[in-house]
Design a protein around this ligand. Sequence first.
Ligand SMILES: Nc1ncnc2c1ncn2[C@@H]1O[C@H](COP(=O)(O)OP(=O)(O)O)[C@@H](O)[C@H]1O
Ligand SMILES: [Mg+2]
Length: 235
Amino acid sequence: MNNETNKDSRKILIDIKNLKKSYENGQIKALNGLDLEIQRGEFVSIIGPSGSGKSTLLNMIGALDVADEGSINVAGIDLLNTKDLSKFRSEEVGFVFQLHNLIPNLSVLENVQIPMLETSLSSKEMEERACKLLKSVDLEDKINQKPTKLSGGERQRVAIARALVNHPSIILADEPTGSLDSKTGDIILDLLKDIHQKENVTLVMVTHEPYVAQMADRTITVRDGKIQEDTMKSN
Ligand SMILES: Nc1ncnc2c1ncn2[C@@H]1O[C@H](COP(=O)(O)OP(=O)(O)O)[C@@H](O)[C@H]1O
Ligand SMILES: [Mg+2]
């Protein structure tokens, strides 16, 4: 029998309790007892001053870094007590960074295929999936180019296609428009928003621009390694 409690706990995709992370032998408290719950399908923006812990938080959610204390559960996985997180990283999470981290000597198509190399897909299936995603971000005519030949906005669209390749449940975007002019930035934001709506993917995006943050359903303010404010959009 299903009760409400069970239903609610299944909707919570990211569950963080009293998370702590320090650097430099404890002198820098990047996360200082942070609590956060994010439900499946939400679009959350994270704002806060530089150095407040936003990127550290995102890296913890994506298992790119390990916390010192507390608990962090993402998509049912206890990240501090699971040894091999490579499957989690490649299947549950897609990352989009400020600087896109594309590999310069691989083609656009090859870059997008990288996260699929660890899956059991055939090379034909990988190529088809990558082409389909590159088409969806309007780059089908650039698939054989090297990333160095592309504009900033085009590179970020490649990074978004790459992030989506394994059907992740979460997209983590750290200042995805930070290195772009505002017009190109808006195209990238529209694309992310569109993906959030169509693919029902959970989107967690760090930004320092208030107007970008306002696009989300919910805005979280981080300060001194903790949540200072948590506001749902009212409309
Ligand atoms: N790998 C690291 N080594 C040392 N200090 C770090 C490291 N990563 C982050 N920090 C420090 O932790 C704090 C939080 O950093 P960060 O999460 O990057 O902040 P934000 O993304 O909000 O600007 C800052 O003081 C930063 O200098
Ligand atoms: Mg940062």
